[in-house]
Every structure is written in C-alpha cells, then in structure tokens.
Design a protein around this ligand. Structure first.
Ligand SMILES: Cc1cc2nc3c(=O)[nH]c(=O)nc-3n(C[C@H](O)[C@H](O)[C@H](O)COP(=O)(O)OP(=O)(O)OC[C@H]3O[C@@H](n4cnc5c(N)ncnc54)[C@H](O)[C@@H]3O)c2cc1C
Length: 352
C-alpha cells in the first residue's frame, strides 16, 4: 500500500523586507543586499501587492494564485522579469527547510558551499524536505513598462500554417532584445509582450517584422504598444488562466536551433491537430547563474515554452477523459519527435 503525508502550508503567512540582507553564517566581509523573506504559504498576488507598497520588484510568476515559495521555486521559477534578473532559483539567497528526519535547517551559499545550488544542497543534506521560508533578492521598480500586443488573424489552414511558422522564426530576435510574452496560436497569433524601461519607438522597431506578416496572403491584424507601469502590470496584466478548469498540458522549451530548423513541422503539428497551441511564456532568461544552480541546461538556449492542451467538460465520462488523456500522450510523443529528446520542459510531465 502507498502511504502519503500531505502538509497544508497555506496558513504559513508572513513577509519580511530587508534593506540589507546577509545570509546566516556569511563572513563579516559580505555586504548585505535588498531582499524579502517569504513564509511558505504566501501567494504571488499578495507578495506583489506588498512589494508595490515597499517600492521594490520581486522576481515572481505571471499568475496571482501560484505559491511564491513552494512548487514555483522548486521548478526553477520563470518570471516576466527573468530576462533581466534570471529565474527564481537565481534570486534565491537562503531557504529554511524541515527535513524528513524532523530537523530544521537554514541553507545558503555559506552553509553548503560544495554543492551546486541551493536545491542540490537541500536534497543532499536532507533527501526529502519541506520548505518553510525562502529569501529572494529584490530589485528596483522599473520606471515604466512597455506593454505590446500582436494580433494576427488568419482565415484558412494554409495561411495559419504559414503565419505560425513565420511567427515562430521571429521569436529569438524579439526575446534576445529583452521582450517577454504570453501568447496563443489559434486561427492566427495573439500575444502580449512586455519590457521594463523600454520605449514605444524601440518596440515598433523590434516588432516591425511582425507587422510585416500582415502582408502574407490571408493574414490581417495589428501590432502596437502602450506605456504602462509596475502598478498597471499588477492591475491589468496579471491573470490566472485555466484555474478550476479540466485541462492538461504537454509542453516543450524551444531552442533557437529548434525554432530555425523545425518551425514548419511545429506549424503543421498545431494546424493538423486542429488544436490551439499556447505559450506559457516567450522569453530568453538571464543565465549567468545557470551553472551555479540545479536548473536544467536547456534553459540556456530556450526562447519559449510552447504547450498544447486537452480539456473536457465537467460531466465528461471516465471513458471520454481517458480518450483525451490518451490524445495528450500522443501529442507529447509527437512533440518529442519534432523537438528531440533533449527538448525539456519546466514541469513534470509524467504520462497520465
Ligand atoms: C495559472 C498558472 C500560471 C503559472 N505561471 C507560472 C509562471 O509564470 N512561472 C512559473 O515558473 N510557473 C508558473 N506556473 C507553474 C507553477 O509554478 C507550478 O504549477 C508550481 O508547481 C505551483 O506550485 P504551488 O506551490 O503553488 O502548488 P502546489 O500544487 O501546492 O505544489 C506543487 C508541487 O510543489 C511541492 N511543494 C509545494 N510547496 C512546497 C513546500 N513548501 N516545500 C516542499 N515542496 C512543496 C508540492 O508537494 C507539489 O509537488 C503557473 C501555474 C498556473 C496554474
């Protein structure tokens, strides 16, 4: 019989803001830096609002309800600000854990210097563990945020296939230029992009190649941007898609090589299946800390996480749900054929 223990971390609330945080056990020569310590039950929306009141930016996810100190961090943690500040794992200064033997430990670069990254340290010292709090670096709030949109609609499968392929090929250039986006291929390409401290002029220049796609046969649409703020981001940009819906994803990180060589195959795959494909994010993250973390190598080369999902109605029968899941496994296999075994994704995709 399989036994399991569930721990309800939801009520472990609390945020401490530090002007000058020095990890426990650091030598006296180490200078403090701005940081925030979050208890394990904190969620991103509450953390973001508190950060806005403090006048700092914290590298978190693009959804409001995801835990700020749990599975998000343990999966590496992608943020719309990751191009400039890296993944959540790169911003982690210290974590406090309780290991399966009941011991409480504080782990940081000084407690376990021989290990590659704090996750690796936590696993090495304790095997299984529960995070009770984490301390992340904080950053200055951007002066402004440029928020841009790409809305390109197609009328038939041939124009859709061409548009998807051409749009994919443009992603490495816009992500190298510092834009992070979220989007969907469904009868065209719809996406929003943002860049801290950018200008409308530089958006227009960088995205001129997307505007040019309206010249393709069967494609209509517009590309544009407006200037917003960190506050505007919190109020209008942050959303929680797919919460409480019957939905399962299969996804792959796409490298520049894959995009260049396999854009046509990916476009055929999406259109042939009559399925919408989405981007959990489009972006190139700052990887200068990558070799100091336990996060997978593929992040060094990735420009987007593309996913295809299946969903079903609340009253679907067990057989109907089984068929959907089977379909998703087939999608996952096809994804692997196109992207190759080294493609990688950012969450566990065990076969259902
Ligand atoms: C709408 C939506 C948007 C998302 N956006 C992003 C995004 O922008 N960037 C990104 O990187 N990810 C994003 N994700 C993915 C999200 O980071 C993962 O689903 C993550 O695993 C959620 O963690 P949780 O702690 O909230 O959830 P849970 O389901 O509670 O936990 C997920 C896993 O983490 C473990 N875990 C949770 N807390 C602890 C703890 N304290 N100690 C040890 N283990 C723990 C759990 O046991 C479980 O295995 C998004 C997910 C959704 C649903």
């Amino acid at each position: 019989m399989t036994r399991a223990l569930a721990i309800w971390a939801h009520n472990l609330k609390g945020i401490d803001w530090h002007q000058s945080f020095v990890p426990q056990g650091a030598p006296p020569t180490v200078n403090g830096i701005p940081a925030a310590t979050l208890q394990a039950g904190e969620h991103w929306f509450d953390v973001y609002q508190a950060a806005a009141r403090q006048g700092v930016l914290i590298v978190g996810g693009s959804a409001r309800t995801v835990g700020a100190a749990g599975g998000y961090l343990l999966g590496g943690g992608h943020s719309p600000f990751a191009h400039y500040y890296g993944l959540a794992a790169d911003n982690l200064l210290e974590m406090s854990i309780v290991s399966a033997d009941g011991r409480h430990r504080v782990i940081n670069a000084y407690s376990d210097p021989g290990t590659s990254g704090l996750f690796a340290a936590a696993v090495e010292v304790s095997g299984v563990y529960v995070v009770t709090s984490v301390t992340y670096k904080t950053h200055p709030v951007p002066q402004n945020l440029t928020i841009g949109f790409v809305q390109l609609n197609t009328t038939d499968n041939a124009s859709s296939t061409r548009l998807i392929s051409e749009s994919l090929k443009l992603l490495p250039a816009v992500t190298d230029a510092g834009y992070t986006g979220y989007g969907l291929f469904t009868q065209g390409f719809q996406a929003v992009f943002l860049q801290p401290n950018g200008t409308i002029e530089s958006f227009d220049q960088t995205f001129a190649s997307f505007s040019n796609l309206t010249q393709l046969p069967g494609v209509k649409g517009a590309v544009g941007a407006y200037s917003s703020t960190w506050d505007g981001y919190l109020k209008t940009f942050l959303r929680d898609p797919n919460i409480g819906t019957n939905n399962q994803d299969t996804s792959r990180l796409l490298t520049a090589d894959i995009i260049r060589e396999k854009a046509d195959d990916l476009a055929d795959f999406i259109v042939d299946n009559g399925q919408a494909a989405g981007f959990n994010f489009i972006g190139k993250v700052d990887n200068k800390e990558r070799d100091n973390t336990a996060v997978h190598e593929i992040w060094k080369h990735s420009h987007a996480l593309m996913s295809i999902s299946v969903d079903w109605l609340d009253n679907a029968t067990a057989c109907e749900k089984g068929e959907k899941r089977h379909k998703m496994v087939q999608f996952s296999k096809r994804f692997t054929e196109i992207v190759g075994p080294d493609g990688g994704t950012y969450v566990n995709e065990a076969s259902p």
